[in-house]
Design a protein around this ligand. Structure first.
Ligand code: ZN
Ligand code: FE
Length: 259
């Protein structure tokens, strides 16, 4: 989940923790947007000088609430091929429990999931957005920097559906194979149910393929508001089971647990 440091989330981190405890969760992770190594502009992510404060804030909450819930320190990294070394250095500079690798930009700086971008898909090409984002997700996994690959088919967020379904499905399948080979986990991200597309990331079809490939699964509500902490996790469990998953990865231990 996120914090207001990213510039587009609301609620103090403490409020997220209180909701998680009230929902009976035993473990939660903050994975706010870490500084963008490219296209650094306000509103997308915390800035470089804010990372120390983020890490301190999450670590002190983890200590304060240790008796009630295990709080992990994570980060969501915007993946760019050009900045792998800088991102690796940032991740190594702090005691992160895990990092999520996510693709929010394709081509030369097209922030496809941004609300203002939905009308620009036509220019870029809907299939091109999907395919480019899948290719980058595969490359993110191949770096080995990310325990989890975030919201794999985020390209559908605004409701754009592939034109050439087979071509897009082939690109997705290639990304899943790369993720499986790299040993990264996939995030079942329930935020998609709250977006125009009205479908979880990744889609049930991709989840079934991922289960088939033996890719580990984590659950994420991608909360940008305390109200969304753990949103729809019951529904997500049912879906994961229907897609062939029997286990979910616990990030604190690396153990797979019964769903
Ligand atoms: Zn965000
Ligand atoms: Fe994200």
């Amino acid at each position: 989940m996120h914090t207001p440091l990213c510039g587009h989330a609301v609620g103090e981190p403490r409020a997220y923790v209180e909701v998680a405890i009230a929902k009976g969760m035993t473990e939660m992770g903050f994975a706010d947007h870490l500084p963008l190594s490219m296209y650094d502009q306000p509103g997308y992510a915390m800035r470089r000088h804010e990372v120390d404060g983020y890490v301190d804030a999450i670590q002190s909450l983890a200590r304060e609430y240790a008796a009630d819930i295990r709080i992990l320190l994570g980060g969501e990294v915007d993946f760019f091929e050009e900045t792998v070394e800088a991102d690796a250095a940032l991740l190594a500079a702090y005691p992160f429990d895990y990092a999520i690798g996510s693709v929010h930009f394709v081509g030369p700086g097209f922030p496809y999931d941004h609300p203002d971008s939905k009308d620009e898909y036509a220019q870029f090409g809907i299939d091109e957005v999907y395919i480019a984002s899948f290719e980058l997700a595969a490359k993110a996994a191949e770096t080995g920097l990310f325990r989890v690959i975030g919201h794999l088919d985020l390209a559908k967020k605004h409701g754009h559906r592939p034109v050439d379904e087979q071509r897009v499905a082939a690109a997705a399948a290639h990304a899943l194979r790369a993720i499986a080979t790299a040993g990264s986990a996939l995030e079942l991200n329930t935020a998609g149910w709250r977006k125009p597309v009205g479908e979880v990331y990744p889609s049930p079809g991709l989840l079934a393929e991922a289960a088939e490939l033996g890719i580990s699964l984590t659950f994420g509500s991608d909360a940008h508001d305390p109200l969304d902490v753990g949103a729809d996790f019951d529904r997500a469990s049912v879906l994961a089971r229907a897609c062939g998953y029997q286990r979910v990865l616990r990030l604190s231990t690396g153990a797979a647990e019964e769903l």
